[in-house]
Structures are given as structure tokens and as C-alpha cells.
Ligand binder design. Sequence first.
Ligand code: MN
Length: 714
Amino acid sequence: MAHTKDTITFDDVLKCVKTYITDKEELSNIKRAYSLAEKKHNGQYRKSGEAYIIHPLNVAKILTEIHADSETLQAGLLHDVLEDCDCTEEEMEEVVGRVVTNLVDGVTKLAKLHFSTENEYLIEYYKKIIVGMSEDVRVIIVKLADRLHNMRTLWALPREKQIKKANESMEILAPLAHHLGIHKIKSELEDLALRYLKPDIFYDIAEKLNKTKLERDNTVFLMMDEVKNILTEHNINFEMKGRSKSIYSIYNKLDKGKKFSEIYDLLAMRILVSTKQECYLALGLIHAKYRPMPRRFKDYIAMPKPNMYQSLHTTVFGIDGLLFEIQIRTHEMDAIAENGVASHWSYKENKDGAVSLQTATEQKLQFFKSIIDLSNDGMSSEDFVNSVKNEVLNNNIYCFTPKGDVIELPTGATPLDFAYKIHTRVGETTVGALVNNSIQPLDYELQDNDIVKIITNKSSSPSKEWVNIVKSTAVRNKIKGYFTRSERDIYVERGRDLLEKELRKRKLAINGFFSEENCKRIFKEFKVGSLEEIYLEVGNGKNAPNSVINIIDKQKEEVIPKKVTITKGDASIIVSGLSKVKVNIANCCNPVYGDEVIGYITKGNGISIHRTTCHNLSMLDNRMVEVKWNDNSNNTKYLSMLLIYSNSLENHIADIVGKASKIGISIDSIYNMYQSDGLEYNVSCYVTSIKQLDKMFLELKKESYITEVERLIR
Ligand code: MN
């Protein structure tokens, strides 16, 4: 291997910084951090023979590529100073302040790990990462940049260390970068790790890629030209990129038994446009010209991955009948795809990008929550390490609920894992599962992108067999826990839950409600002697929570007037004789102006308006109220969800979008799913009235490829 020495200077880094940081004060903070780093590393050399400062400079350079903020850059420059140099925290704080010093301290702690066994080491490593992330995710981002540069210069270390670092990068750091959505760092880490772990394979793939490069480039250019023409003809502003696949991703596919010649997405391109609508439009235009390969279309715009990734993916038969993998996304989606959580720096204009970054990490990353949950679960060390490694960091599949919510699961997961991930109650009452609309056994192995509908039965309970069926350790522990409790305990617990939930709904204090005096009255009524028995009777379904609560707190339905007029728009409502009442349009059946509607009096949230055909109403007893639309209409738009069934595998998204826009309906999202006899389109759109919707139905039904259109009721 030939190794060119990095000849990076602070000026090189500063040039990159200035492309996105212009604030004078921040720039001088960065300079100050550099001076300190330079002074402290003076006279130190790396194993590769270079001056040590070359390393932190490169780390900072990597950080500029994901547009890290000034504090992160300072921490990157100083990240090795506390550990390797004669410098105290106090001294550093004086120069760069508390926040940056804390970041450096976090990175240092992450590095200081020495344990006798592999397991001990891993436990500490993961725990430190969790702590690091929960305190300030920027610690992890500096760590990733640090590791990336160390991997680039790994050749200077002895073989044994190479293997250790490469393994760690592959197993922990690359997956971490993936979950944070920092694709740029993830894919380079994987390629570098592969180079040291499986050098034969790495160089074999690299060579094959090189040999075919010219040919591939030419084909891609020709195809790009054609696509450019199509988009330009339709006045879509776009940017287009050819895309090379990483060596690791090719290796992964070869490893799954594919031949090199079969890896079709070697020919790949990416189209960047301005809006979501243009993404679908571009897709439609491309599919109209090139036949899409069945089952390769994925709509991650309507259904983003848990790491926030959004894009349309399709594979088409392009020029010369060659397969092209095409990704279509907006510029903003692209920034998120490349930089993940780090894109919050560039896209949040507010001064405190760090806070926004941290919030985004915590709110959006299911992965982050899973790690925290696991560490709080009180599981054994070995279980913890295995769970993090196998279920959180690696080999995840993404499955969907029928509503399109993404559930992240370990590879090999079953419908039971899926059910428990939705909610423990769902898991415990599971009786069956529909996977992509066909019944599957509970031990069925789910695949990436499966749509799973869990069938539950309230009176059903877990079976001991399940312990052997589920894949996720956390779920297995839950099921084991269920059997260590007696049936009675479970009913009591469930009863208490149900009662507390109902009390909260009615805004009654739980302790106050079960006062000695109230309990006496309840016990008398139900002929029992203890609160536990009440819980039991509610939990096993003998009595409804309301029948218990009504003894003390009579509901006052009688006084609510039964006629109400809905004004469109600003939810103002005229109740005969009373003042304004809050109105909500129910999001299960999404009524639009002109629909036959009925009101349901909620507790504390006004009246929710449902379509009279909504199946959720049957259970909603006597709290219905007659309502009608106010005809003084303005131009409010109502959300409507449509299901369009077709008998064709050809993609008609562009056609459907076109029809909608002709009628004046704006599409919010549209995606399709493959069914056995054709594509099924799931459309969410905004309409002004039922008339507009009827028009749309009429237009759609004219098409021979459409077999049925219906409005979705959840
Ligand atoms: Mn370092």
C-alpha cells in the first residue's frame, strides 16, 4: 500500500470552516482552540511519523464536511489534549470555556477503557456511548470523526491493533453513524474496516470496480443525459449526481450469495429537486419512460426510516436494458441523508444548533430510546451487550403497521416481536398476524419492508411457547415476566390501569377518588371487601371502569344540547343557547365539507366530528350529538385519505397526481404497495368538499387500470 502523508494545515481547515461559519467571534474561538492544541501537541509524533497536530486537524476537517458547529470543531481540535498532553481541565476551560471542555472530557472518557474481558470492555463502551449521547450527542460525533481519521491511517499500526480497531469500527462505530444518519462517515468507516478485516475480498472488489469503471461511467452519463432531457422538458429544476456504491455495500450483497454481475445498482444515479411534489413528479416521468422493476420501488418520503432518511428509490430498465438504481429526493432530504442529525446544524437557522441537534437526536431516533430502555431494564451484562450489539446496532429490519408507521426490529424477528414493540398489551393479546395481507404463523420470520397487521383478542393471553419464538431479548424478558406473575396479579394490575386511565380522562385525582368514604360506597354497591377485588373485577372484564366511577362521579350527559352547527374553518360552533364549543375533525374517518356527519362529545376536548359511516362510532354510546356543516363556507381544506386499487403493476403515480391537480386537489403524500393482483395506492390529500372528492372518484374510475377507490377509515 502506498501512503501519502497528509500535509494539512490549519489554514486548509479554516478555509472549509469559512464556507459555512462567518461569525467573527466563532472564527476566533476556533483559532484559539487550535493554538492551544498546537502548543500542547508540540514535539509529539504519531506512529506514522507525522507531527501529532496533523491528526486533530484532520478530525476537524472531517467535522467541517458535516458542517459541525464551532464548539464541536474546537472539541475536535482539542480532543486528544486532555488525555495525551500535560494539560488540566481547568487550564483548558480558561482558554475555550466550559462547554468545549466538557465535550473534550466526554471524548476522553470514551477512549479510556481497559478491561480484561471482551464483554466487560463492550459493556463499558456501550454504556459510555449511551451516557455520551444523552449528555451531548456532539461527543459521539467527534468520536466518529476521530475514528474515521484513525482508520484512514491504520496502516501505521501493528496487525493485531488493526484488527481490533477495524472490528470495533464495523461492529459499533459504523452502526452508530448509521443510526445517527451520518452516511458519509458510516460508509467510509465500513470500507476502511473491510480493507483490514477481509483484504482479499476488498481488493478483489476494488479491482473489478476499476476494470469496469470506464464502461459504467459512460453508460451512466448516457442515461443521465436522457433523464435530464425528460426533466427539463417538464420544467423541473434539478441537480443530478452519479453515484458510486461503496465497496462494503457490494461486499454485503456478494456475501448474501449474489454474483458481481448481478449487483444491478452498480449503475446508480441520484436526482435532487426542490419540493416533495417534484420528487413524485420526476418519479412518474421516469417510470413513464423506463419500465420499473417490480418490487424495487420504495417510498421513504411517505414512510421515513427511523434515522430520518427520506428518499424515493426505484430501479428501472434503462438504456441498453441495463438496470439503474435511481434515488429521488429534495436537497434538504439529501443533507439529512448524508449528515443525519448533524444536518440540524445547517438547516436550523437558530443560534442554538446544539440544542436543536440534541432534541432531534432524542426525539427522532427510536434507536436512541431502545438503548436507553435496555440500560434501564435491569438485564444481565451479557444480555445487555448482546441486545445492543445484535438488536440495536446491527442487522435491523424495518416493518410497517398498516397505517405506515415504521417499526424497527432485529433480523429474524417474528410478528410477536412486532406486536410487543407496538405495545405490551398488543403483544399479550396477539392471536394472529397478517403479513402483506396473508395470514402467517406467529413464528414467521419477518422480512424488511413487510406490512404487518396484528390480530388481537382482548381475552387472549401469552403462551409459554412464545419465549422460544421471539427474537428480541427485551420482549423475551417481558414474556418471562408475565409468567412469573400469577393470573390474578395480572388482572388486578390491568384493572388498576383501566380505572386510572378513565379517572385521568375525567380529570379526577386518583388518590382523592379512592378515599375511605368513596371506597365504602363502591364496596357496598359491588358487594366486595377490598380495592384489590374491585381492580380484579375491572381487570377481568366483569365490570366496566365507568360503572365503578359512576357510583361516585355521575356523568352529566343529559344537559348537553343535541343540536349543533359546525362552522367551517376556525372551529367556531354555534350551540343553541350556549357559548362557543371547540370542534375537532376526527382523524380516523377524516370527514370533509359536505359529508354526513355526527358529533361525539369528548371529555375535555370539545366535540369531535365523525362521518356517520365511521366504524369507531359504534362503541361510542350516548355521547353523540347532531351536527351539521355551516353553509357560510370559506375555503378551508380538509384532509382526506384514499385507497386506490389497480389491476396493473405499472406505476401510475404521475397519472393520479395529474388528475388530482386538474381538479384542484393537493396531494400531501402518495405511495404504492404491491398486492397480488396489482398496485395499491395510498393517497393523502387536501380537498375543499365532498363534491371535489366525488369528481376525483369519477375521474379515477374512468381509468381501466383502476378497479376500486375508497376513502380510508382507520
Ligand atoms: Mn484522536
